[in-house]
Design a protein around this ligand. Structure first.
Ligand code: GLU
Length: 292
């Protein structure tokens, strides 16, 4: 089996919650079961949403759960020069344009599946007289993306009509997640992205950027997301509790790898060793969400 390079890329906006633990566990076991490496990347680029103490709290929780990562933790806030270089390359190649629209000006555009507005292309042919650039968008005209998710199967997206020209450099001067994640996954030579299916609809946009930048496309495996009875994602936003001692055992069960009794009572690193030996994606449920 080829050695995979996996990664866990939490946004430090609060403590590690169950949904992120599932993503950490799935990506860890998938990489380690191949004899490969696993890196941790703090996605602390969205500074208005970042909580200063959250990165350390997440890392301490991962340690308590027995995870060991390879190399130093990468912080996106320290990698802005890389995003700028990629952005400039796209701009020089005419793939990016300045957009002067405010949020309220596109508020009545159609909604994308992820809740974002589909940009109607107003500034695609240039800024109207008297308008100043606020953000920068990437062109998506005629972009159809198809890929095989390792769990969810064949995925097809018409990026122009389902996402629209999306923002790479935000009005507040920050590079967007979509650009940063693509630059980092390529730069860190990630071979397999294993993450929650809430990001499945972002993947086509990321593959679009990979192609424009000449990067290889990693394999993708989107895990079902843990939701509550109302179908809401268990995350910081909906006030989900930070993980406790039993959470790792529950995360194994959530991923179809219920631990044998004696292993469930053993220390976390023994649970992870069992998981590495027994990991099989055939045990995963092919669904975008599972209620817990
Ligand atoms: N930072 C993103 C999040 O916590 C995950 C990004 C990714 O795995 O691609 O939702």
């Amino acid at each position: 089996m080829k050695k995979r390079v996996g990664r866990f890329a939490p946004s430090p906006t609060g403590p590690l919650h169950f949904g992120s633990l599932v993503a950490a566990l799935g990506s860890y076991l998938d990489a380690r079961a191949s004899g490969g490496s696993w890196i941790v990347r703090m996605e602390d680029l969205d500074t208005p949403r970042t909580v200063p103490s959250a990165s350390d709290a997440i890392l301490r929780t991962l340690e308590r759960c027995g995870f060991e990562w390879d190399g130093p933790v990468a912080y996106q806030s320290e990698r802005t020069a890389l995003y700028r270089a990629a952005f400039e390359r796209l701009k020089v190649n005419g793939k990016v344009y300045a957009c002067g629209c405010t949020r309220s000006e596109i508020a009545d555009s159609a909604l994308a599946p992820d809740g974002a507005r589909i940009y109607p292309g107003t500034c695609r042919e240039g800024l109207a007289a008297g308008r100043a650039a606020r953000s920068y968008r990437v062109r998506t005209e005629g972009t159809h993306i198809e890929f095989d998710d390792r769990l969810q199967g064949r995925i097809r997206h018409d990026v122009e009509h389902e996402a629209g020209d999306f923002v790479l450099l935000r009005a507040d001067g920050l590079f967007a997640y979509q650009l940063a994640v693509v630059v980092d996954d390529a730069g860190q030579q990630v071979t397999d992205v294993v993450r929650g299916a809430d990001l499945l609809d972002s993947t086509a946009r990321q593959i679009h950027l990979q192609r424009l930048l000449g990067y290889a496309t990693p394999a993708y495996l989107h895990l079902p997301v843990a939701v509550n009875a109302k179908g809401e994602k268990l995350s910081k936003q909906s006030g989900a509790a930070a993980v406790d001692a039993d959470a790792l055992v529950q995360a194994f069960a959530f991923l179809g790898h219920a631990l044998p009794k004696n292993i469930a009572a053993a220390p976390p690193h023994e649970q992870l060793s069992w998981g590495i030996t027994n990991w099989s994606i055939t045990r995963l449920t092919k669904a975008r969400a599972i209620a817990v």
